[in-house]
Design a binder for this molecule. Structure first.
Ligand code: GTR
Length: 351
């Protein structure tokens, strides 16, 4: 078969031929990626609380309400909480919600065109990722310090921690009457695009999973690299703390990994998956990201829905390859989360 390792073959060599089989195959792959790439996620807490600390009803010309919140839950080492901002249209009714892993603490920032999103009728729960735990190798900081580590190579890395808190935000926001539970999305850019994929892979309440320029160890299929794109050696050399220690073993020979990134994407089936790349973002390997869409698609087909209909011919700049539940868009320009990207995601959630 074209893409290795085989998606539709169990680890013991048996074929995956039915939706029943897929349940077991999915569990097998989730376990594999937990132990070998991102680390094992602790169990979800029994209860998650949200506390509203401040409300601004005059945002975006009075069209948006902003709530400053704290999301809290118990951990093995006591109570833990992280801040979160809830932006919602002032209009009545239930709104689709983006759980947004935010690169920046500011409300208005270059990756977050709030007013357009509000005008589109969408709500956003924004988590500034460094509020959860710092983007470094300090495993005592924030949520990193709240769970014991086993030291056996499978302890979760920072991507796993950020993803976990996206799910904890979902726990709380799904209790809010303003949120449409059928249109819950998780979205992130770059390292946070990797995080959004891992969150969406684990948590099926995210009906829409959005990877913006996630690249290496995100959406990009690694066994075929293009141009001078990032490699497992480069990413683990610079950001080892994003992953579990077992993953670092594959820096020398990534083809030894018993998985590739199409495994990650396939865990999202049969839900909606959007993979956006940027034409000048060679580091994230746009074509590798498209190939993963091709490679993961059999999971959707097995479950009886159309997956990726775009094929392997490289997308043209500005082309949206859609028509199934996996879509790919090649935006013009550099590594960025732009208004054009957000528009693609809002369109997907409005279909
Ligand atoms: C780069 C990293 C990429 C990508 C990016 C980002 O330095 O090598 O994998 O995640 O950072 O998050 O901005």
């Amino acid at each position: 078969m074209r893409f290795q390792p085989e998606l539709m073959t169990f680890a013991d060599g048996a074929p995956v031929v039915s939706a029943e089989d897929w349940k077991r195959r999915r569990a097998e792959m989730l376990d594999l990626l937990s132990r070998e790439e991102y680390g094992i996620t602790p169990p979800a807490p029994a209860a998650v609380r949200g506390t509203v600390n401040a409300v601004d009803e005059k945002c975006c010309a009075g069209h948006a309400v902003i709530e400053d919140l704290t999301v809290s839950f118990d951990t093995p080492k006591g109570g833990y909480s992280f801040p979160c901002r809830f932006f919602r249209p002032a209009s009545e009714g239930k709104h689709p919600l983006f759980v947004f892993l935010n690169f920046f603490p500011e409300v208005y920032n270059k990756y977050f065109p709030l007013e357009e999103i509000i005008d589109g009728g969408f709500a956003v729960a924004a988590i500034y990722y460094k509020d959860v735990t710092h983007d470094d190798g300090d495993f005592t900081d924030g949520i990193a310090g709240m769970y014991p580590r086993r030291g056996d190579g499978t302890d979760w890395g920072k991507i796993g921690m950020w993803a976990f808190c996206a799910s904890r935000a979902a726990d709380y926001f799904l209790t809010r009457p303003e949120v449409d539970a059928d249109r819950l999305a998780v979205i992130g850019h770059s390292r946070l695009g990797k995080t959004a994929l891992w969150a969406g892979a684990q948590d099926e309440r995210f009906r829409y999973v959005i990877s913006n320029d996630s690249g290496c160890s995100g959406a990009a299929y690694e066994r075929e690299k293009h141009g001078s794109s990032e490699t497992v050696a480069k990413i683990t050399g610079k950001f080892p703390f994003w992953f579990c220690d077992n993953f670092l073993r594959y820096a020398k020979d990534p083809d030894e990994r018993p998985f590739d990134q199409h495994f990650l994407l396939s865990l999202i089936a049969p839900r909606r998956l959007a993979v956006n790349s940027a034409s000048l973002d060679e580091w994230a390997d746009p074509l590798g990201e498209q190939l993963s869409c091709v490679a993961c698609s059999p999971a959707w087909e097995l479950l009886g829905v159309r997956g990726f209909t775009g094929g392997e011919t490289p997308a043209k700049v500005g082309e949206l390859l859609s028509g199934g539940n996996v879509q790919y868009y090649l935006r013009d320009g550099t590594h960025f989360l732009s208004r054009a990207d957000w528009q693609i995601y809002m369109d997907m959630m409005s279909e």
